[in-house]
Ligand binder design. Structure first.
Ligand code: PAF
Length: 296
């Protein structure tokens, strides 16, 4: 395994593989790898001839400079974990390599970037994500890029960008990896105190309760939200948002129907956590009073 720090060196390194039409699997990350990232690397390894991991803490997607400063980093540890998963190349560029002087392009999808995560972190958060992902995809030119379902809005937007701008690659979305008690793996989890770690399971529990309520016939998103916010408050957690969106369009729904994503974001102590579940909403009998419409 090699660690490469410039785009030019990475292109040169990948040229022979491209010449031989080998498949390239790409896992973009901001480092501080956890089991969720490793599951993406494992999948990339199983499905491709060459596996590239990028580690780049992207300043353009941080609206809060303190969040950027506090973002955990450990390249040595990451390289060793990546090696253990059979990664061929680690691409760990400097900020100046990705954003050279005069860099001015912004890739954005305004409507679906402004809601949920965008409403909390600022709509420019996803401009930062999409711009860096577009650049990394152009540098690596993978056959397949792997993203986690955990960042549901991010992966929706990346898929939309890849489709709209005809990037010649496939995007694979891999399931969220969870701790044994249900907490979704995140690089931020290391910042939870022992007490906060204990209560943090309320997020996945709230999603599971909403999922069960939908299976039992509840479709009204306001009711699902009220119950979840109440349960989180009971656990001492302040909800930032709890919402249900169409998996196809990422439009927030009034009544859950079709395939939906239930999303939650909350602050547990000083740490911001997000989680989601994808649910195929069962069709209700037309005479069932719990049925409803998304027309407002
Ligand atoms: O999910 C992440 O780690 C980042 O948002 C990504 C996709 C690597 C872009 O910086």
């Amino acid at each position: 395994m090699k660690t490469i720090t410039t785009s030019e060196a990475l292109r040169n390194e990948l040229a022979p593989a491209r010449g031989r039409a080998l498949t390239i699997g790409f896992v973009p990350t901001m480092g501080f790898l956890h089991d969720g990232h490793l599951s993406l690397l494992r999948r990339a390894r199983a499905e491709n001839d060459v596996v590239v991991l990028s580690i780049f803490v992207n300043p353009m997607q941080f609206n809060d400079p303190n969040d950027l400063l506090r973002y955990p980093r450990d390249l040595e540890r990451d390289a060793s974990l990546a090696h253990g998963e059979g990664t061929d190349l680690v691409f760990a560029p400097e900020v100046s390599d990705i954003y050279p002087d005069g860099f001015a392009t912004v890739v954005g999808i305004p409507a679906q970037s402004a809601i949920l995560e965008g409403a909390i972190r600022g709509a420019s958060h996803f401009d930062g994500v999409l711009t860096v992902v577009a650049k990394l995809l152009n540098i690596v030119q993978p056959t397949v890029a792997y993203f986690g379902q955990k960042d549901a809005q991010q992966v929706f937007l990346v898929q939309r960008m890849v489709r709209d701008l005809a990037f010649p690659l496939r995007v694979e979305v891999c399931p969220t990896v969870r701790e044994a008690d249900g907490l979704a793996m995140s690089s931020r989890n290391v910042r939870l105190s022992n007490d906060d770690r204990r209560v943090s399971i309320a997020l996945s529990a709230a999603l599971q309760s909403a999922h069960r309520a939908i299976e039992n016939g509840e479709r009204n998103v306001t009711i699902l939200r009220q119950r979840a916010v109440e349960a989180l408050k009971h656990a001492g957690i302040a909800t930032e948002y709890f919402d249900v969106v169409s998996a196809q369009s990422f439009e927030p729904l009034v009544m859950a129907s079709g395939t939906v994503i239930i999303l939650v974001a909350a602050r547990v102590g000083p740490v911001r956590l997000i989680d989601n579940v994808v649910v195929d909403v069962p069709t209700l009998d037309a005479r069932d009073p719990a049925g409803g419409t998304n027309e407002v």
